[in-house]
Design a protein around this ligand. Structure first.
Ligand SMILES: Nc1ncnc2c1ncn2[C@@H]1O[C@H](COP(=O)(O)OP(=O)(O)OP(=O)(O)O)[C@@H](O)[C@H]1O
Ligand SMILES: CC(C)(CO)[C@@H](O)C(=O)NCCC(=O)O
Ligand SMILES: [K+]
Length: 244
């Protein structure tokens, strides 16, 4: 069994896989890392490998305490990935985006794929049918938008996610909810439209902490898979074993 760990910008997500099946999911905070991994390994014995993708400030050392229990694989840019990276600055491409691109490439062979990860940031990643990773976009995620409005102004309160009543916000709170939530949805629909103008066919994979909320509101019908990053991490690991 394989324990996959996604260290995001805000939280940590983990899942145990047997082959390609998820046995159990976990979400926890960064300061709980060691404690939680210990609990997971106690609960689910015979995990042979631990695979980590980290974009947060958690380094490989944080996992060395478990070295005598299972093999630690800390993914880096030097590992084998199943696509050709056309990003102009491949060394600065986020490892989470590389893992998402790898998962899309392996799970949906020989087609254009757009991966949208609505997490702390929204990331867009496009891998074409020739398995060329072309790039995409990075923008502030839903919660970050609420926080940025509050942190960088004098008068805007810090609000938490609420469904806007209308696109015409009739109060400060409603104006913020409309700006953040509708702006978020319009942005994503707008990007999808732009891709549609340039590519005849592509599949869309929607993931991240806000994926379910978003899926219901997009004009494009897309199903959310909030586990896509961890599934991709498991697949990237299998690919690495087969190609090392
Ligand atoms: N308990 C929570 N803590 C933080 N964000 C949450 C929580 N529950 C839902 N969310 C939503 O999830 C979004 C963050 O997504 P996610 O959890 O995927 O981010 P992350 O852990 O930082 O991962 P990544 O860095 O890969 O985006 C926020 O915009 C927020 O609206
Ligand atoms: C964009 C984030 C923050 C999303 O988690 C991460 O992928 C990252 O730190 N990327 C580095 C910059 C880039 O991908 O070009
Ligand atoms: K993200």
């Amino acid at each position: 069994m394989v324990l996959t760990v996604d260290v995001g910008n805000t939280r940590i997500k983990a899942a145990v896989f047997e082959g390609s099946t998820v046995l159990e999911n976990f979400v926890f905070e960064k300061n709980e890392l060691e404690k939680k991994i210990k609990i997971i390994l106690k609960k689910i014995q015979n995990c042979s490998d631990l695979v980590v993708a980290s974009v947060g400030n958690v380094e490989k050392q944080a996992f060395l305490a478990f070295e005598n229990q299972l093999k630690i694989h800390f993914l880096t840019h030097d590992d084998a990935f199943p696509f050709i990276n056309k990003y102009a600055t491949p060394k600065t491409l986020g490892i989470d985006r590389m893992v998402l691109a790898a998962g899309a490439t392996l799970q949906y062979p020989k087609q254009n794929r757009l991966v949208i990860d609505a997490g702390t940031c929204i990331t867009y990643d496009f891998i074409d049918e020739n398995d060329h990773y072309l790039g995409g976009a990075i923008s502030p995620g839903l919660r970050l938008r609420y926080e940025a409005l509050h942190n960088f102004t004098a008068r805007l309160p810090l609000l938490t996610l609420e469904k806007p009543k209308s696109y015409i916000g009739d109060s400060t709170a409603e104006a913020i909810h409309s700006g953040v939530v509708n702006g978020f949805v319009y942005e994503i629909d707008g990007f999808i439209d732009e891709y549609r103008e340039n590519f005849l066919n592509f599949i869309i994979i929607l993931t991240g902490g806000d994926a379910d909320f978003l899926a219901k509101r997009l004009k494009n019908t897309i199903f959310a898979n909030s586990n896509f990053l961890l599934e991709s991490l498991n697949q990237t690991f299998q690919y690495k074993i087969n190609n090392d």
